[in-house]
Design a protein around this ligand. Structure first.
Ligand code: ASP
Length: 329
């Protein structure tokens, strides 16, 4: 029997349209999920498909409320014996953080695969149909179980935990950096680099079933002449956590360190990540995290760190406890 893949549409460039195929500009999220699936020839050879539209937005408008809605729907769909896997279409701008968030909150070993595209659906040589085709093939592969949320684009299979967007127009826009790809796929054929699933599946790290919202976490970008009053604005605005996309290995100016250490003393959880695309922010290296009360993000970038910190804050504001969650991620 063919595997049953349920597709959840959220919009993005993969559902985008131009005024005409040669036009440079386009608008994301113009087509619904049925239109997208009908545009891919031969999908029914790979799986039995069903679909629904969760939202239809450019992923720059993704927010915590939609994350919680999507997570609940993914968990409901996968809990049904009538579904073997979920495929989510999503814009590429925030794909890496939605994917990582879902990998932390999905309560099923069944495959969760996300696809997007760099060219709109109406483009000459649109990449969306091939990404959907390969995404369905990966979702329908029983070997995709227990691998956590996966992202399929440009014939590559990424763990959502590792994938980052590194380009803004070329179809080869995602990289898994030092951790490497989960596998490759082409014309529906799937090759896994790790024969056995990496143990990222299993019980969810966080249960978001009863949550209406997530604690506010803001990201501040460190740079020369960094403005300290943005830290105050974040705290005044209600942030319970701050992620710094630091320079180098999560560094920042002495004034920013001093202000954030004070915030940490008063209960704001401060996570040091990096603005460097291939970064490793280690604890107590150039900064004294123990003394300052900070958390070090390892190789999680700032957007992914925001997702983990927001979930962590639903349980604790103790920086050592939060650090242990980052260490295990
Ligand atoms: N702005 C679009 C989005 O993230 C870009 C894309 O999908 O590639 O929805």
């Amino acid at each position: 029997m063919k595997r049953r893949v349920h597709v959840l549409g959220t919009g993005g460039t993969i559902a985008g349209a131009q005024p005409d195929p040669g036009h440079y500009g386009y608008t994301a999220a113009q087509f619904g999920i049925d239109w997208l699936l009908n545009a891919v020839p031969g999908l029914d050879r790979l799986a039995t498909l069903s679909g629904e539209q969760v939202v239809n937005i450019g992923s720059q408008d993704m927010d915590d409320g939609i994350w919680l809605q999507l997570a609940r729907r993914v968990n409901e769909v996968l809990a049904s014996p009538a579904t073997d896997a979920a495929l989510i279409t999503h814009g590429t701008d925030t794909l890496e953080e939605t994917g990582y968030f879902l990998s932390l909150v999905t309560a099923s070993d069944k495959p969760v695969v996300m696809v997007g595209s760099m060219r709109p659906a109406t483009a000459i040589s649109a990449d969306g149909p091939a990404n959907i085709y390969n995404g369905v093939a990966v979702a329908a592969d029983p070997r995709a179980c227990r691998r956590g949320t996966l992202i399929v684009l440009n014939d590559e299979i990424h763990h959502a935990r590792n994938a980052v967007k590194t380009g803004t127009s070329n179809p080869s826009a995602f990289s898994s950096m030092s951790r490497g790809l989960a596998g490759i796929t082409s014309a529906g054929r799937v090759e896994w680099f790790e024969r056995e699933p990496h143990p990222i599946g299993g019980p969810p790290r966080f249960d978001v079933g009863g949550l209406e919202s997530l604690p506010r976490v803001d990201i501040l970008h460190a740079h020369a002449n960094m403005s300290i009053d943005l830290i105050d604005a974040a705290i005044a605005g209600g942030a319970r956590g701050i992620v710094v996309a630091g320079v180098g290995a999560g560094n920042m100016s002495a004034r920013a360190i001093e202000r954030l250490a004070r915030a940490a003393q008063h209960g704001t959880v401060v996570v040091r990540s990096s603005r460097v695309v291939s970064a490793m922010v280690l604890r107590n290296a150039e900064l004294d995290d123990d003394g300052l009360g900070f958390v070090a993000a390892g190789d999680l970038n700032a957007a992914k760190s925001r997702a983990l910190l927001a979930l962590a804050l639903t349980r604790t504001s103790d920086p050592q406890h939060v650090q242990s969650m980052f260490d295990q991620n």
